[in-house]
Ligand binder design. Structure first.
Ligand SMILES: NC(=O)c1ccc[n+]([C@@H]2O[C@H](COP(=O)([O-])OP(=O)(O)OC[C@H]3O[C@@H](n4cnc5c(N)ncnc54)[C@H](OP(=O)(O)O)[C@@H]3O)[C@@H](O)[C@H]2O)c1
Length: 280
């Protein structure tokens, strides 16, 4: 049995689907086990009271682990879980061993350290910016053709969550990624403005990106998420600012691990076009 926190999210949903398709037993943590729709055979479980009976491997996504991730790991260890795959962050790799206190990198590195100390088998997935971050533009693009956000020139290589899920499946079911922390990016660098242009090409609409001041963008991000903390937003904005005018890191790890090309941002946009459809 594989337990997945954040199972209904951007990363968790394709992961659960792929594991279920391969015949793995999956227990999906969610705050709404009675209401959630999951693939046939997947067990929903209340994320406030995780049931570790029979669980041999755990996927830790802090976005779906309410309360203390330390408590979740302690319970997993007590229950005899042997393998843990963490959804970490590329920032751990790029910010070095001593990231700023409270930053996204520090938050994820603390969890990595706890996992390394507590479990014999582990893999940390360190993704860069998710392609699905563009879903934060969905409401704006249903209402019009302009996206308001920070740093139009911020440049990343967005990674498709289906690729992250495929790497996670390898880490859960095989042994070749044990003890490793691959840095996972998409295949192509794009600025935020270029992402909006790509979406426009896929949707057949004249979309454009209108830059907001960092302070206005911060207020909007905090208002949009119930779990994101101020320090995380600050570190995200600092990260974006630092990418303007610089080439984005493209690691090629997804291709190396999966033995096929990484999925592109345009492919992500095609698969998710319905989320941005203009209100009629
Ligand atoms: N976005 C990026 O570019 C990026 C890059 C690198 C690393 N990461 C890391 O990836 C993680 C985010 O993963 P994701 O996109 O899969 O997450 P997500 O989709 O935002 O959330 C995952 C699940 O967490 C649950 N959840 C949401 N808010 C919650 C709350 N306040 N309390 C408890 N549960 C809550 C929801 O499930 P239920 O409603 O079913 O409970 C949701 O489906 C973070 O740790 C982030 O640092 C993100």
């Amino acid at each position: 049995m594989i337990m997945i926190t954040g199972a209904t999210g951007n990363f968790g949903r394709p992961l659960v689907a792929e594991l279920a398709a391969q015949g793995s037993k999956v227990r999906a943590l969610t705050r709404t086990p009675a209401a959630v729709r999951l693939p046939a055979g997947v067990e929903p479980c209340d994320s406030a009271a995780p049931d570790f009976a029979g669980v041999r491997a755990l996927v830790v996504n802090i976005a779906g682990a309410p309360g203390s991730t330390t408590a979740l790991l302690d319970a997993a260890k007590a229950a005899g879980v042997r393998r843990v795959v963490t959804l970490s962050s590329l920032l751990v790799a790029t910010e070095g061993e001593s990231p700023a206190e409270g930053s996204t990198a520090a938050l994820h590195r603390d969890i990595e350290v706890a996992v390394e100390a507590g479990f014999p088998q582990w893999t940390h997935l360190r993704p860069g910016a998710f392609a699905s971050n563009s879903l934060q533009w969905a409401a704006q693009l249903r209402a019009g053709d302009v996206v308001h956000g920070p740093y139009a020139g911020a440049c990343t290589a967005p990674v498709h969550e289906a690729d992250l899920a495929a790497v996670a499946v390898r880490a859960l079911l095989g042994d070749d990624l044990l003890g490793l922390a691959p840095s996972l990016t998409g295949p192509q660098e794009l600025t935020l403005a270029e992402q909006v242009q790509t979406l426009g090409a896929v949707l057949g609409r004249p979309l454009r990106y209108q830059e907001l001041s960092p302070a206005a963008a911060k207020a909007a991000m905090l208002a949009q998420s119930s779990w994101v903390q101020e320090a995380m937003v600050d570190s995200l904005l600092d990260f974006l600012a630092g990418t303007v005018g610089r080439p984005a890191l493209v690691t090629g790890e997804v291709e190396r691990i999966l033995g096929r090309p990484a999925l592109t941002y345009a492919q992500w946009a095609e698969a998710n076009a319905a989320a941005f459809a203009a209100a009629s």
